[in-house]
Design a protein around this ligand. Structure first.
Ligand SMILES: [Ca+2]
Ligand SMILES: [Ca+2]
Length: 219
């Protein structure tokens, strides 16, 4: 009888625990750890104020997706490794110089699951700082374009533009420049300016027929 009660109790407790809402992520939040380039990076809360949280329909289904951004950091040594004996100390020091601490920005898209949970559908990796996101329409009735402007290094910018097409997010445009990059979403057609005419910059305009950004030849 005691065994039976214990079994019932265990079964009951297990049922309660597995149904507890803590087991289902009910918010799209940055993961504690993320793998990138074969190493494990840890979420860096120092960038929290600059993080983005957007709820917007990105794939033209009936629900909004959640788009978030965050920074994760690669620490060459985990705390466990730091606690190891003195023998490895010199090797650790050497490696530490070879592998500095590194920040890396990420942008993630989550789908709302049927259980009110959130399912990760896409991770875009950025540069060493958090960037800006601009969402704009390229054509009526089509999913919007997602432009990610990533600052990188001292004065470079990387622009990547994606759009949901045929079941996935496709890159429409990518350019890295040490000149200013801007996307003029109010212009018709939408234009991307890299640098200024004085600095012999370039302009790319949206070509609706080709569904791509085409470089404008100087007049
Ligand atoms: Ca959607
Ligand atoms: Ca969706």
């Amino acid at each position: 009888m005691r065994i039976f009660i214990s079994a019932v109790l265990i079964f009951f407790l297990f049922g309660v625990l597995s149904a507890s809402p803590e087991n289902i992520p009910n918010k799209a939040i940055p993961p504690n750890q993320i793998e990138y380039d074969n190493v494990l990076l840890e979420y860096n809360k120092a960038w929290k104020d600059k993080e983005i949280y957007l709820e917007i329909n990105l794939d033209n289904d009936n629900e909004k997706e959640i788009l978030i951004s965050f920074v994760s950091t690669y620490y060459p040594y985990t705390s466990n490794e730091l606690k190891s004996d003195g023998e490895a100390e010199s090797v650790k020091k050497q490696n530490e110089q070879l592998q500095p601490i590194e920040n890396h920005a990420f942008y993630q898209i989550y789908d709302k699951g049927s259980q009110g949970d959130y399912k990760l559908v896409k991770t875009f990796s950025g540069m060493d700082q958090l960037g800006r996101i601009e969402i704009f329409s390229l054509a009526q009735g089509k999913p919007p374009a997602i432009a990610i402007l990533n600052p990188c290094g001292a004065n470079s910018t990387d622009l990547s533009i994606y759009q949901y097409q045929e079941g996935g997010y496709r890159m429409l445009f990518n350019e890295t420049s040490s000149s200013e990059i801007r996307v003029e979403t109010q212009e018709n057609p939408i234009a991307i300016y890299i640098g200024t005419p004085e600095s012999s910059g370039s302009v790319f305009v949206w070509n609706a027929t080709k569904e791509s950004f085409e470089q404008k030849t100087p007049a």
